[in-house]
Design a protein around this ligand. Structure first.
Ligand code: XUL
Length: 552
């Protein structure tokens, strides 16, 4: 009897696969669903620099003498996908139960394919590795990614042609931003018109990866489409004004837009034959931030997540879109069909690493140094723009220090973490959320010393998420949600995230009221230092001195 029951339940068990193609690695998660029970049964990551050194990336980026340029290799991403599939079939999972696959990808990056791609993707040779076959389909070997800051002129041109930055922000959710795909496309068209003309399809990283799985050009979801400065956010359609302002014939080169839950195809014969995989549904991929929204359980308004990854981001769901009047934030589509507000900071994990490495520390040393310096750092401020910054917009990198010596280990450690958290607090005020609860994710969210500073700066409860990769978790949950919808057995979003993308009360980090009071005052000092560093405000020394007197 028992074995019969087991046998019955096994047949109902379904597997879902979610990827996250991020700046520095490709992660895969497998979710097993058995009735209401969900669990992650496989998790693996391929780190590009270490495991695919033949592509020559540093932190996932191809080195370039110009610090404003950041490009990567689409072939490396394809190679990682191929190798990850091999890892999956070499595991002991019964992949015949695989029902659907989806994915998350770094936002804004673009892949340029020629006219050979349409037939080439459909007729890949299963005996040969993927990357070598994709090479002939590229109209441009390199893919510009979100870290690129080289398109200020194009942002200006697009804004002018489309009626001004504010109009672009109102329509697309963001003013023209250097890393956004439209300005990147315009730069490519201006620099290399012949290669632009030979481009048949411009994918985002997300729709490129989905196309590799489906063996056909895949549609783009509004979550990632809204990171292009090309999509009408309300209508979820391409906005002709922005398209015309960007490059000629662009409309013919863009993928179609479709809701996030769209099944863009079935796992192609290439994968079925190469790895004996079933014809699982391929669900539209989305951007890492829209996926993380689901992966951190933010399917209702009022809470925010902070992701401490290569970039640091703060985001939350919005029922109705509110555009940032200061022009630093973004409104993206959410996979749930609503919207999300987001602010992105480029000097995230690489800035933390810069400070750690400058003093030859391990992460444990770093945490100890952080705890050893007092909250408020004695009024010593570090503005951590080691690289050109997105928020606020800083074209030429270079950190600034106020009352802080460059060789003072503890002060610099405390300085970088406090600055990042104060900047997150300052530049997310436009979202209008009274932040009481923060879901912390991304690699650095395992560091409780950092999360204590986060809780104290925001005066909010911080819940670290168990799965470091909330983007991959969001992707796999999206696969589950879309598969149920396609089977005409729809499931509500709060049921999708229940028991798996919910904060654990035990891990809660509560703010300290006294420290929060210190940061409330220090935030104004930080703001003054930032204004000064941007050349928009007076010397903040009097503000720092006044804070020191007040806190002493
Ligand atoms: C968001 C952004 C980054 C990337 C990182 O606008 O640029 O968070 O998505 O992968």
């Amino acid at each position: 009897m028992a074995s019969q029951r087991e046998g019955f339940s096994r047949t109902r068990m379904t597997l879902y696969l979610g990827f996250d193609s991020s700046t520095q690695s490709l992660t895969a998660l497998v979710l097993e669903v058995d009735g209401d029970r969900k669990q992650i049964v496989f998790e693996s990551a391929i780190e590009f620099d270490r495991e695919l050194p033949e592509y020559g990336t540093v932190h996932g980026v191809l080195p370039d003498p110009d610090p404003a340029i950041a490009v990567s290799s689409p072939l490396m991403w394809a190679d990682a996908l191929d190798r990850m599939m091999k890892r999956l079939v070499d595991s002991d999972l019964d992949l015949s139960r695989l029902a659907a696959i989806s994915g998350s990808a770094q936002q804004h990056g673009s892949v340029y394919l020629n006219a050979r791609a349409a037939s080439g993707l459909a007729s890949l040779d299963p005996a040969r590795p993927l990357a070598g076959q994709i090479a002939a389909m590229l109209a441009r070997p390199a893919a510009p990614i979100w870290m690129d800051t080289s398109t200020s002129a194009e942002c200006e041109e697009i804004a002018q042609a489309a009626g001004g930055s504010a109009v672009v922000a109102q329509r697309t959710g963001s003013r023209p931003f250097e890393r956004f795909t439209g300005p990147q496309i315009r730069k490519f068209f201006k620099r290399d018109p012949a290669a632009y003309a030979a481009t048949d399809r411009i994918h985002l990283v997300s729709s490129f990866m989905a196309s590799l799985l489906a063996g056909a050009h895949a549609a783009l979801d509004p979550g990632d489409g809204s990171g292009m400065n090309l999509m009408d956010l309300d209508a979820c359609r391409w906005w002709p004004v922005a398209i015309d302002a960007t490059a000629p014939s662009l409309i013919d080169k863009l993928p179609s837009l479709a809701p996030s839950s769209t099944i863009v195809g079935r796992l192609s014969p290439y994968w079925q034959q190469r790895y004996r995989l079933p014809p699982a549904r391929v669900v539209a991929w989305s951007g890492d931030n829209p996926c993380s929204l689901v992966g951190t359980g933010l399917v209702a308004e009022g809470r925010v997540a902070i992701s401490l990854g290569t970039s640091d981001t703060i985001f939350g769901l919005m029922r109705t879109p509110r555009v940032d009047p200061s022009g630093t934030g973004h409104v993206f589509g959410s996979p749930t069909g609503a919207y999300m507000g987001l602010t992105c900071f480029k000097n995230g994990s690489l800035a933390r690493e810069r400070v750690r490495d400058a003093f030859g520390m391990t992460w444990d040393d770093f945490s100890r140094a952080l705890d050893a310096a007092p909250p408020g750092n004695g009024g010593r401020i570090l503005i951590p723009w080691f690289e050109p910054e997105i928020t606020p917009s800083v074209a030429i990198g270079g950190e600034r220090r106020y009352g802080l010596a460059a060789d003072e280990a503890r002060g610099n450690v405390r300085g970088v973490i406090e600055a990042q958290q104060m900047s997150l607090a300052l530049h997310s005020q436009w979202m209008g959320v009274d932040i009481r609860e923060i879901h912390a994710t991304g690699g650095a969210a395992v560091n409780r010393a950092i999360l204590h500073v986060m809780a104290d700066v925001f005066g909010a409860d911080v819940f670290p998420f168990d799965v470091a990769n909330s983007a991959a978790l969001g992707a796999v949950l999206r696969a589950y949600h879309a598969d149920r919808l396609a089977d005409a057995r729809p499931i509500e979003w709060d049921a999708v995230v229940a028991d798996i993308a919910e904060p654990g009360e035990r891990a809660r980090i509560a703010p300290d009221a006294r420290r929060h009071a210190i940061y409330r005052e220090l935030l104004r000092v930080y703001e003054a230092c930032e204004a000064h560093a941007l050349g928009r405000g007076p010397d903040p020394a009097p503000a720092i001195a006044a804070w020191r007197r007040g806190s002493g």
